[in-house]
Design a protein around this ligand. Structure first.
Ligand SMILES: NC(=O)c1ccc[n+]([C@@H]2O[C@H](COP(=O)([O-])OP(=O)(O)OC[C@H]3O[C@@H](n4cnc5c(N)ncnc54)[C@H](O)[C@@H]3O)[C@@H](O)[C@H]2O)c1
Ligand SMILES: *[C@@H]1O[C@H](CO)[C@@H](O)[C@H](O)[C@H]1NC(C)=O
Length: 445
């Protein structure tokens, strides 16, 4: 455990060439796609990218400047909508219910939470289209499998980056998006020490791009997006309430989520966007994230490999307010259902708009050793436990949600305890992987 897979946050998927200038950390990231036919294109694009790197290094100033980032993104993504593509987007967005259906753009749709939320919306008859860049932060095959699952249910997931303004504009022109469920992000706390740029790129620049597109749309959609319980950082008062301070993040991940909440305030204030931020508390379940501890524990226990169990100061066990995916989905859908309309028009605010923040947790923290007990029971294998002092890398010793705001305003009521939820996870894990598990993965909370 603790092995880190090295990768680039912009991996390969077929179809297009993308480059973007990243003026925050003074380097240019590039992503190229590699179907056999696109390979040659990729090579020449690489050369071009190289030339651009040199060019931009020379010409770019270091600050964000007056919209420089966005004015460039149109140029650099070589996306061209085809008839087939347009048809897929339209069909995916077709609602199947009469009573006030929504048409939802789900970002991060090939991700863990995005997949479940997309399915739930589609099942009740809403129109849904997804977007995901299929980056290799964790195994891409799992994201593709989720995409295939969604395709079976009539949901199209566009393979693109949320920073691609031109593509997003094209989607908004093609269909009338009423809501955006924004879940795309660079997740994970520890990986931020390895690849800080990916957090800035997806969680800050990407978020701003989403808000820019929504602001300009007519009518503007309402937005629900994923913040994180990690914004509570070094707080010790429990349970964590939305009224508590959130100005002492313990990781860059947390800092980017906190920044997102402030950026949301700005877009709500200036442009009248209706925005709801959701602070998720350690979400787990079927189709979950391999970089998370419950997942990698399962993997290693089955392989007979030792697992590291971290302890905080004074040998205290770490505890998490583990929240089952179905409960999170309920909270997300209820947020969409109760979201008021944005008030802006033509990029201008016409009146005050809704701005909300909710904790979505389970309200009953469980220690890590207890989590392992439950996994042992359902896997029917004894874990090789290694107790290790928690390194100072961004993890906090415990989380515990106060969910009274979500209870009263969203009728949010978590129903699945860790025991029941892990049983369902293990069942899925064994059916998806057999007991044949692939490779090491980064561990996160
Ligand atoms: N799972 C949790 O415990 C948890 C807790 C707190 C907050 N969150 C937040 O909830 C959201 C969903 O998390 P998840 O667990 O489903 O993670 P996930 O990594 O499975 O899903 C995120 C998806 O977004 C995609 N993505 C990342 N950057 C992108 C970009 N620039 N453009 C397009 N797609 C991009 C990824 O490929 C991935 O499929 C994230 O915003 C995450 O920060 C999750
Ligand atoms: C829970 O949070 C609400 C605000 O959402 C606050 O009014 C209440 O006092 C908190 N309860 C506890 C026990 O901290």
């Amino acid at each position: 455990m603790g092995q880190v897979r090295h990768h680039d946050n912009f991996p390969s998927t077929p179809g297009k060439v993308k480059m973007d200038r990243s003026n925050y950390f003074g380097r240019v990231t590039s992503r190229w796609h590699s179907t056999a036919s696109a390979r040659l294109l990729g090579c020449s694009a690489l050369l071009l990218a190289f030339a651009l790197v040199v060019l931009f290094r020379v010409s770019s100033s270091s600050d964000l400047g007056d919209g420089g980032y966005f004015s460039h993104s149109d140029v650099h993504w070589a996306f061209k909508p085809t008839r087939v593509w347009e048809k897929k987007v339209r069909q995916s967005c077709l609602p199947r219910r009469e009573d006030n259906p929504m048409v939802v753009l789900v970002t991060g749709a090939a991700g863990f939470v995005g997949t479940h939320v997309s399915l739930a919306l589609k099942k009740r008859g809403d129109g849904v289209v997804g977007i995901d860049n299929f980056n290799s932060y964790y195994e891409v095959s799992l994201k593709i499998a989720r995409q295939e699952l969604l395709a079976k249910h009539g949901i199209f997931v566009i393979d693109a980056d949320i920073n691609d303004a031109f593509l997003l504009k094209t989607v908004f022109e093609l269909v009338q998006i009423t809501h955006v469920m924004h879940l795309a992000a660079q997740a994970g706390v520890r990986y931020a020490m390895e690849n800080p740029g990916s957090y800035v790129q997806s969680n800050i620049a990407g978020l701003v791009n989403i808000f820019e597109i929504c602001k300009a749309a007519n009518p503007q959609p309402a937005i629900v997006w994923a913040s994180s319980s990690s914004v509570y950082g070094l707080n010790t008062k429990v349970p964590f309430s939305e009224l508590d301070r959130t100005d002492q993040p313990a990781s860059l991940y947390a800092a980017t989520k906190k920044a997102g909440e402030e950026i949301a305030h700005t877009y709500n204030h200036i442009y009248g966007l209706s925005i709801t931020g959701l602070r998720f508390f350690t979400v787990y379940g079927p189709w979950g994230r391999p970089d998370m501890a419950y997942f990698s524990f399962t993997r290693n226990i089955l392989k007979g490999k030792p697992i590291n169990i971290y302890q905080g100061p004074n040998n205290k066990d770490l505890a998490r307010d583990f929240t089952y995916i179905d409960d999170i989905v309920e909270g997300c859908v209820a947020s969409l259902d109760t979201a008021e309309k944005s008030t802006g028009s033509g990029g201008k605010k016409t009146g005050p708009a809704q701005l909300r923040i909710f904790n979505l947790g389970n309200t009953s923290p469980v220690t890590v050793p207890t989590l392992v007990d439950i996994l042992e029971k359902y896997l029917n294998v004894k874990a090789k436990r290694e107790i290790v002092k928690m390194p100072r890398n961004g993890d906090v010793p415990f989380t515990h949600a106060n969910i009274s705001a979500a209870q009263t305003q969203l009728q949010y009521k978590p129903e699945t305890n860790l025991e029941t939820g892990l049983k369902k996870f293990v069942k899925w894990y064994l059916s998806y992987y057999g007991d044949n598990t692939p490779h090491e993965s980064l561990v996160a909370w």
